[in-house]
Design a protein around this ligand. Structure first.
Ligand code: GLC
Length: 481
């Protein structure tokens, strides 16, 4: 099958979060399936352009129509990827060059990604790759199914489009004038994109895509409710017949405690006791905590954003630190009130708490490997990848049973039996506290049961093989219509 995947970020070239990880592993997993031809389209950010590790050759050049604008685009073919995925970067210096260095956050993000969405379709025509399926992601490429239906149906007469929601909070809102000024779509699509007299490109994609997926089965069900859907529950309910959840995997080659170059010691499920002890001691030293092998080390690698459940942790952190002989290590950047809270907490409990307010992939890997307990109390979580990374590295998760956390961390009982971690059902700090306590008690009082739980997590298959097959099944279904 010929498959084109379009996204605003993809590791290792450009990544700001989980979408970037998925765009590294999913295309590769699809390319491993015999008979597939996979193309990945990404913006040519200056960071990629300037990186000598990513040599390219120019294979096409054209102009992209954006309302009255005719914007330059060059298709830059990556020449050194060897896993069967053909990557094309779309080059436009004005939209993706220079700038702040961040992928998002510019005033004209709406225009930048409207341009990219349309340019993807022009690029596929230019390189003569008319796919059977286009898979696109989040608000940044949400205009693709709409352009496909409204403007490009002659060039792509049989192409089906899957639209995947990684996070419904960011929908791509613009004022009503954006439709006329920027999009150049036929007028009958005005209402398709309209929401509350504004343009909402995610809403348009839900209406026009052949299938809509999201990144876990539980999140697909949750999206029927206003609490989770950020205003789109009605639209999704009307389109429920085409909404499916496929729980993400992780890249088990990149995230492998036996080979990960960032780690001071390597281990497998058989050697985890020794290997983790070495990683833990090195980690405690690296972050300035007392090197104590027996004390449980609770860790968190996260964007410091409200929906990651930080308010729950803030609420219980002092009590936990007073009551427990335990350590807490937080890595991440984000909202200033949380950065301040964790710095302050580390100041108050220097022997117990370390806060690393930075973005550091190497340290993140050392934390997955060196920690004992991984905290992830997210208020909502479309899928979440770090809980899977943690389990793969032998760190037991404590999570809020929501979205992909519910699907990937079945609950263990107080003896550590039956699941892969500890969970709590309703979003409140006391329930979170109780589940952290259950986990600490197991660690302190039943070390063998804790080790067995850790081992089950390490032995669970979180690879992309299963989800990739589910994507294929939906692609096949769309093509059978
Ligand atoms: C977004 C979601 C996260 C998910 C990731 C990859 O970042 O917030 O839950 O794991 O996308 O799909």
């Amino acid at each position: 099958m010929k498959i084109a995947i379009c996204a605003s970020e993809g590791a290792p070239y450009a990544k700001s979060g989980g979408l970037g990880d998925v765009m590294e592993a999913l295309p590769a997993a699809l390319a491993r399936i015999p008979g597939n031809e996979v193309v990945l389209l990404l913006p040519y950010y200056s960071k990629i352009k300037e990186n000598a590790a990513y040599p390219t050759e120019k294979v096409a050049e054209f102009r992209v129509s954006l309302g009255w604008r005719r914007q330059y685009c060059a298709v830059m073919k990556l020449t050194n990827r060897s896993d069967g995925v053909q990557v094309y970067f779309l080059d436009n210096e004005y939209y993706f060059g220079g700038r702040s260095g961040a992928i998002y956050g510019d005033m004209d993000d709406g225009e930048r990604f409207a341009y990219f969405s349309r340019a993807c379709l022009d690029a596929l025509i230019a390189v003569d790759f008319i796919p059977e399926v286009i898979q696109c992601n989040d608000w940044q490429t949400a205009l693709i199914p709409t352009y496909l239906k409204a403007v490009y149906f002659k060039e792509f007469p049989k192409t089906r489009c899957m639209y995947t929601i990684h996070n419904i909070e960011y929908q791509g809102w613009a004022n009503a004038g954006f439709f006329d000024d920027m999009l150049g779509l036929p007028w009958d699509y005005r209402s398709t994109l309209d929401m509350n007299n504004s343009v909402n490109v995610m809403k348009g994609a839900i209406e026009t895509a052949d299938m809509v997926t999201t990144v876990s089965e539980t999140y697909a069900r949750e999206l029927m409710y206003p609490y989770y859907a950020h205003g789109l529950d009605g639209i999704l309910a009307n389109n429920a017949w085409k909404l499916k959840g496929i729980t993400n995997g992780i890249d088990t080659n990149t995230f492998n405690p036996e080979t990960d170059k960032a780690l001071p010691a390597h281990f497998s499920a058989d050697t985890v006791a020794v290997g983790k002890a070495a990683c833990k001691a090195a980690l405690q030293k690296e972050v300035g905590l007392p090197v104590r092998p027996d004390v449980p080390l609770m860790v968190m690698v996260t964007r410091l954003a409200g929906h990651k459940g930080l308010d729950l942790l803030c609420y219980i952190a002092r009590r936990l630190m007073w009551e427990e002989d335990a350590q807490l290590l937080v890595l991440g950047t984000g909202e200033p009130q949380y950065e301040a809270f964790f710095k302050d907490l580390a100041g108050q409990f220097p022997e117990k708490v370390a806060a690393k307010i930075t973005f550091n992939l190497g340290l993140a890997a050392r934390i997955y490997a060196g920690g004992d307990i991984y905290l992830m109390p997210s208020k909502s979580e479309p899928c979440g990848l770090s809980q899977m990374n943690a389990m793969r590295y032998g760190t037991v998760p404590v999570v809020h049973a929501t979205g992909g956390l519910k699907d990937t961390v079945p609950p263990a009982d107080e003896n550590g039996e039956g699941g892969l971690g500890f969970t709590f059902q309703s979003y409140n700090a006391d329930d979170f506290y109780a589940s952290v306590k259950r986990c600490l008690d197991l660690y302190n009082n039943q070390p063998e049961a804790f080790a067995a739980l850790r081992r089950r997590g390490m032995e669970t298959d979180f690879s992309w093989n299963v989800p990739a097959a589910k994507y294929m099944a939906i692609f096949e279904e769309m093509l059978s219509w």
